[in-house]
Ligand binder design. Sequence first.
Ligand SMILES: Nc1nc2c(ncn2[C@@H]2O[C@H](COP(=O)(O)OP(=O)(O)OP(=O)(O)O)[C@@H](O)[C@H]2O)c(=O)[nH]1
Ligand SMILES: [Mg+2]
Length: 314
Amino acid sequence: MFINDSSRRGLFGRFVAGLARTRQGLVGQIERLFGSNTPSVEDLETLEELLIAADFGPALAQQLMTPLRDRLGRRDLSSLDQVEAALKQGILTVLNGTAHPPSSENHQTRPKILLFLGINGSGKTTTIGKFANRLINEGGLVVLAGADTFRAAAIEQLQLWGRRVGADVICHQAGADPSAVVFDAVQAACSRGASHLLIDTAGRLHTKRNLMEELKKIQRVVSRQIPDAPHERILVLDGTSGLNALVQARHFHEAVGLTGLILTKLDGTAKGGVVVAIADQLKLPITYVGLGEGVDDLQPFVPETFTDALFARS
Ligand SMILES: Nc1nc2c(ncn2[C@@H]2O[C@H](COP(=O)(O)OP(=O)(O)OP(=O)(O)O)[C@@H](O)[C@H]2O)c(=O)[nH]1
Ligand SMILES: [Mg+2]
């Protein structure tokens, strides 16, 4: 996705608002800690605890602290600005160390097929609605597949999003075989000349073997119709579920080979450090983040914007 200067400024504002809780919890405390006095060894201990409390995870928190401790030892760390700059740099290095997401602009095949996965309530259906809206605003023709045939009202929820954003929805009755829905949806997307097919799946616990097998079956059905599809396999993670997200991601990655992650509900948590922990541990690209429930609240994840917004002064 091409992001010009003015949309980057808009993006920054959204990240500033969406990360308010994490910023208050983490950066607010850092300002109190280092605002008026020279950093001490004990202050750096407290900073490490703050990072852990914001869900950066103990290993990453320690890793981020190492350069700060070295600098303090060399008497080269004397102000809040220096502490923040060093921390920001460390976070950015981790975020920039992940794999690059597959480029959607250069994608030749139509339709491009994206499979959305995740545990119950992580935000899959909402994310699909918001994502479809983005694609349609960019001129795309989008079809949605209601392959969550399990949860009551899941099909209606997707249909509502379809009407709201202007996307066709292919679905069967509740209780139908999800693979059969997906088969029909691929046919429909091809015959309608759709640019994208977004597949909504039922929430599933990563520990349930049969449900993970069902995902593989969906994948097989799609790839039999279009050999290199599904082109993206995106895990939707609830940002408020903390480091649990790491365990989920590992299981889903093993089952389907994820191409990217979307973290939702960052607006609802003071533990936004989980974004950095996930990037550090999994090295999978975080493509978008959910910063609210509204149709415009799915935003591309730009590491620099994330870090700048995290440390923005009000
Ligand atoms: N604040 C906030 N709420 C969100 C965000 N994304 C999703 N939600 C809310 O999270 C709840 C669950 O979202 P769904 O999209 O239904 O989640 P799901 O993964 O499809 O759930 P199942 O299909 O039951 O597994 C809804 O109330 C959404 O409005 C977000 O980025 N921020
Ligand atoms: Mg759903």
